[in-house]
Design a protein around this ligand. Structure first.
Ligand code: ADP
Length: 499
């Protein structure tokens, strides 16, 4: 199969969050299984160029119709960790991808509309027609629309689109001018069963367009799939998701064990596994010395997160204060796009500066994240909603006990030490329901109590988490089943319950 994966992110060269991890992990798994994969990304100025091998211009002739002109776009190619990557490099003065960051620009809709339009032109020029275009999130939601509206020949030839929703909190709700800019007809498309936004009168919803026109839509955990169809977590898209019938499902993400594995992790001082768990103590000491926590007999509560309302920032604050009051240590690593949230955490950082049991690291730093997972004991993830969540899976792999809110993928992967119906050897953490201070405390209190009074049982929770298979093997199989289903290639057609 020839799979072209189109995304705004791919770790390690362009990552803002879990989407980057996803594309890297799935691409590796598909290549491992012998499929042909190309990942297509914008050529951002902030790409980690040192991780791209043999980057070269392969095409200077791509011209992309955009608004009322033709924009020249170079195509570059290179290899990232065994994955073929293609980069689109618009040569226009507007410097769409020369902004020093991936997202957060006022013209994001135009930047990614251009990218989507350029992808269609690129696909027509590829040596081999893709069997599958795998698109992600609102940034590439226009691709299935453009494919059907402008290139039906590709559809007739058999190209199919799988569209994965990583977060319904960002849908790409834009004015109709964006459609005109890429050559689409708003008159035809801005209707309720196509791109018309269900909440904002007259606006186009790019994610909705992707859902309507894609051949298969999925999200990144079974529980979130249910939530977005059946509750207000669908943020207005419940109806259009329901209309997809059995062309919709939830596939739990994996984590790339080439990157996230305490037995091989090159970032951490002492490598360890289930059989050598005591070596985690070396990493705990190293973490304390790296961030400046004092050395003492206390559990370290960690948070590694985008600092965004979705992630429950107020509850993170509360968790830190509660952990400190319970004589624990806390370390938070995160970055905020929203200046108000940034200010809130700067203030917390200021207030706790002289506290040797608390560190607030407001940086994006991959190496530090590895240190934190390896050195900490518990992780708090109090999300308001969570499509999948990778940090709980990464944390478990590193023997860190997750304390999470019972939503989305968190509920699919964390099984409560006290209240789960799962057998004991599956239980791996703590859950709470209410998005309140009392909710956080109810779970955190139990975790701290266990760490203090029943260390052997706490250790068992760590081991249970480390034992779970969160590799890309199972999800890789699921995506191959979806692709095969779309291409009518091989049974079995994936049963919705299995997705
Ligand atoms: P989301 O995609 O919603 O941000 P996920 O839990 O799916 O959340 O994935 C988050 C990923 O981003 C994890 O790999 C996590 O380690 C990483 N991450 C989050 N914040 C930072 C940071 N400040 N520095 C380094 N890595 C981070």
């Amino acid at each position: 199969m020839h799979i072209v994966m189109v995304s705004a992110e791919c770790a390690p060269i362009a990552k803002a969050g879990g989407l980057g991890d996803f594309v890297q992990g799935l691409a590796h798994e598909l290549v491992r299984r012998g499929e042909t994969v190309q990942v297509v990304l914008p050529l951002y100025d902030i790409l980690r160029f040192e991780s791209i091998r043999d980057l070269r211009v392969i095409d200077r002739g791509l011209r992309v119709p955009f608004h009322d002109e033709w924009l020249e776009c170079w195509v570059q190619a290179g290899e990232v960790d065994g994955i073929d990557c293609v980069f689109l490099d618009p040569r226009s003065e507007r410097g769409f991808f020369r902004r020093g960051r991936i997202y957060g620009e006022t013209d994001d809709p135009e930047r990614f509309a251009f990218f989507s339009r350029a992808i269609l032109e690129l696909v027509l020029r590829l040596d081999r027609r893709p069997d599958i275009l795998h698109c992600h999130d609102w940034q590439t939601g226009l691709i299935p629309v453009l494919l059907h509206e402008m290139h039906p020949a590709l559809v007739r030839a058999g190209t199919r689109v799988c569209y994965t929703l990583h977060n319904l909190g960002y849908q790409g709700v834009v004015g109709d001018s964006i459609l005109r800019q890429v050559g689409l007809d708003p008159g035809r498309l801005l209707v309720p069963d196509r791109l018309l936004d269900p909440r904002e009168p007259g606006a186009a919803n790019l994610m909705k367009g992707g859902i309507v026109f894609a051949d298969f839509v999925n999200t990144v955990s079974p529980r979130y799939a249910w939530e977005i169809r059946n509750t207000d977590q669908g943020m207005g898209l419940q109806g259009v998701l329901a209309a997809k019938g059995d062309k919709f499902g939830g596939v739990l993400n994996g984590i790339d064990e080439g990157v996230w594995n305490p037995e091989t992790d090159a970032f951490i001082p002492a490598r360890y596994g289930r059989a050598s768990l005591p070596r985690k103590a070396v990493n705990r000491r190293a973490l304390r010395s790296r961030v400046g926590l004092r050395e003492r007999e206390a559990p370290i509560l960690a948070m590694v997160s985008r600092l965004d309302r979705q992630k429950g920032v107020d509850l993170m604050h509360h968790g830190i204060r509660y952990a400190l009051a319970q004589d624990c240590q806390a370390v938070l690593q995160g970055t905020a796009l929203d200046p108000a949230i940034e200010a809130q955490f700067r203030s917390l950082q200021q207030q706790t500066r002289s506290n040797p049991d608390c560190r607030i690291e407001l940086v994006y730093d991959e190496a530090l994240a590895h240190f934190i997972y390896a050195g900490s004991d518990m992780i708090l993830i109090p999300s308001t909603y969570e499509p999948c969540g990778l940090t709980q899976m990464i944390a478990m792999k590193y023997g860190v006990v997750p304390i999470v809110r019972r939503v989305g993928g968190l509920a699919d992967t964390v099984f409560d030490a006290n209240y789960s119906h799962e057998p004991f050897e599956i239980r791996n953490g703590y859950l709470f329901d209410d998005p309140t201070a009392a909710g956080v405390e109810s779970a955190l209190r139990r975790a701290i109590w266990l760490w203090r009074h029943f260390p052997a049982y706490f250790r068992q929770l760590r081991i249970n988490g480390m034992r779970a298979d969160h590799s890309w093997s199972r999800p890789g199989q699921r995506y191959l089943e979806i692709y095969a289903y779309l291409l009518n290639r091989q049974p079995p057609r994936p049963a919705p319950g299995q997705l």
